[in-house]
Design a protein around this ligand. Structure first.
Ligand code: ZN
Ligand code: ZN
Length: 372
């Protein structure tokens, strides 16, 4: 059924579907090269995620077959992008079953050498237990291994570890730590709250980044150091990303994917290219929403111009919510705006209640940044 002959050279002009072509446009080739695609020769195969027939895949009859949670699935090229884990493109998600991997495990992995170090020397030099070289002269200065071997506590440099212990004590290489911890790499489709803006020139990935008690965590931290990451990274979850779009008004055409959630089966059928900022498509797995990015900008500009105070803004959002849920009529909302000297805002308020709710959600994020 599956032909494993080498992947033919990927010819991007052969893409049939403009939407996927767009999605893969920006650096998609890097992904695909890394990800072991094969020719799917069987006549009648559909992608197990998006359901499309292999004739209709972005690269027809080129995809993957793999085991996902014990079930064998066939994926089209686009779905493969979302579900294929990749260390070099996206970094380490977690290291399971390892006593080393609990904190900052990803930091221990060195992409250049492919080794995971469990020893990081600060200022004080230490010496390798085998060759006695000080840690500043090691092949990977100050990064090495610490372990117990035949009841002895040892510290080794990379060279000695390779020569003498690699076989007996595999550390992070071969994707394991001492034969116990197993590295799992990140998947593009498994980064909830992330968002992607895809233009013909680049793909920008917005990822969460949190700092608590001096410890930095979040997807941004994991992806940022990876050697083949094809994205422009920004530290923003989807609501912050949407605000960033409002402020920066990207030039169409573009695709905006909001909140990559765990379930991806509907994502590709929901992708729409935005050609006009007044009808910006906000695509996700479950739905496509249309928002007017120009009006949204006008809304926030007016709030700034009018110097609406924090309390007044919270009150406005509550009133808008009542309007969106049908508790207030258009007449009542315009009366409210008149009374509060905000009548100009009426032009910037969406007509669609769903869009209004999205605007309110973003406005709450906006308030966090703009009021103290
Ligand atoms: Zn698919
Ligand atoms: Zn040594």
């Amino acid at each position: 059924m599956i032909n494993t002959k080498p992947t033919p050279r990927l010819d991007f002009d052969r893409f049939k579907l403009p939407i996927d072509k767009f999605f893969l446009w920006s650096h998609g080739e890097k992904f695909l090269k890394e990800m072991g695609l094969i020719a799917i020769d069987e006549e009648s195969v559909c992608c197990d995620r998006c359901g499309r027939h292999s004739d209709d895949w972005p690269i027809p009859h080129i995809g993957t077959v793999g085991s996902y949670s014990g079930i064998t699935e066939t994926h089209c090229t686009s779905c493969h992008l979302l579900f294929q884990p990749s260390l070099s493109l996206l970094g380490i998600d977690s290291i399971r079953g390892s006593n080393v991997g609990k904190k900052g495990a990803a930091d221990q992995y060195d992409f250049e050498t492919g080794y995971g170090f469990n020893l990081e020397v600060d200022q004080k030099k230490i010496h390798c237990s085998v060759c006695d070289k000080p840690s500043n002269e090691w092949k990977t200065p100050h990064r090495g291994f610490q372990f117990t071997f035949e009841n002895k506590d040892l510290t080794t440099c990379l060279s000695c570890h390779k020569d003498k212990f690699e076989k007996d004590i595999p550390l992070l290489e071969n994707k394991r730590i001492r034969g116990r911890g197993k590295i799992s790499a990140l998947k593009l489709g498994m980064m909830p709250s992330s968002a992607i803006l895809c233009t013909p020139d680049e793909a920008t990935l917005g990822l969460a980044h949190t700092e608590k008690d001096g410890n930095i965590t979040g997807f941004y931290t994991k992806v940022v150091g990876t050697p083949k990451n094809p994205f422009t990274l920004i530290q923003k979850t989807y609501n912050q990303f949407l605000l960033w779009l409002v402020e920066n008004q990207p030039t169409p055409p573009f695709i905006y994917i909001n909140a990559l959630d765990k379930n991806k089966d509907g994502l590709f059928s929901n992708l729409r290219v935005t050609y006009d900022l007044e009808s910006t498509y906000v695509c996700s797995n479950s739905e496509v929403n249309v928002i007017n990015l120009k009006s949204w900008k006008a809304f926030f500009d007016l709030i700034k111009d009018k110097a609406v105070p924090k309390k007044g803004f919270a009150d406005l959002l509550k009133t808008l919510n009542d309007y969106a849920t049908g508790k207030l009529t258009p007449l009542q909302i315009s009366q409210y705006l008149k009374e509060n000297e905000l009548i100009e805002i009426i032009r910037a308020i969406p007509k669609d209640p769903h869009e209004t709710k999205m605007l309110i959600m973003c406005a709450k994020k906006w308030a966090e940044v703009n009021y103290d």
